[in-house]
Design a protein around this ligand. Structure first.
Ligand code: 5GP
Length: 212
């Protein structure tokens, strides 16, 4: 028996998709997760939206012109993309694939249409839907963010209600009433997902095959 048959090789990383309506707090939950679970790698999206105050290129988003974004689509450099309230948003493909292959978990914080496209390509991903405690609370969160016009707020609320209907396609749903609670639920989900027999079975079969 050689030494590398003694231990089970590290499995591929898990792709976690955190989605839900705009204003539900996906960004806040993701930021908190980055603090309490530094091992989870955050995928930075590309967007044609203008940077908000305090947003940093390469940290919050890769900010692109429409022409640059179109080129990413044409050259198949985005895993998924969606048009949302007049702007394009997309997930850089290579970074996600390389990170998963290296055995690290990756989290995408994306809107619902994009999440459903990812599900077609990565059905083995873990799809988590964040819900607001109430629709009034969701509207408050969009309004108090203070960066959007009335027209954008109305448009985002209407999109939000349609998005909530799509939660049936997800594996888990979490009510985001407290960020810390939402984070610890995501950590628990991930711990359980890593123990799923189906994720380990092919490796274990190969492992015991090498021993015999
Ligand atoms: P915001 O403009 O508020 O930063 O984001 C608007 C929406 O776009 C949010 O729901 C956010 O989760 C989503 N989003 C951010 N990045 C991506 C992405 O790469 N792909 C998709 N489909 N949606 C994204």
């Amino acid at each position: 028996m050689t030494s590398n048959t003694n231990t089970l090789e590290r499995e591929r990383g898990i792709l976690i998709v955190l989605s839900g309506p705009s204003g539900v707090g996906k960004g806040t939950v993701c930021a908190a997760l980055r603090n309490c679970s530094p091992d989870i790698v955050y995928s930075v999206s590309a967007t044609t939206r203008a940077p908000r105050q305090g947003e940093v290129e390469g940290v919050n988003y890769f900010f692109k012109t429409r022409e640059q974004f179109q080129q990413l689509i044409d050259t198949d450099e985005v895993l998924e993309w969606a048009e949302y309230v007049g702007n394009y948003y997309g997930t850089p493909r290579r970074f996600v694939e390389d990170t998963l292959r290296a055995g690290q978990d990756v989290i995408l914080e994306i809107e619902v249409q994009g999440a459903l496209k990812v599900k077609q390509k990565f059905p083995e991903g873990v799809f988590i839907f964040l819900l607001p405690p109430s629709l009034d609370e969701l509207q408050n969160r969009i309004v108090t963010r203070g960066t959007e016009t009335d027209e954008v707020i109305r448009s985002r609320m209407s999109v939000a209600v349609d998005e909530i209907r799509l939660m049936e396609h997800y594996d888990y749903a979490i009510i985001n009433d407290r960020v810390e609670t939402a984070c610890s639920k995501i950590q628990s989900i991930l711990a359980a997902e890593h123990c799923k027999k189906d994720r380990m079975y092919p490796k274990v079969i190969q492992w015991i095959g090498e021993v015999n």
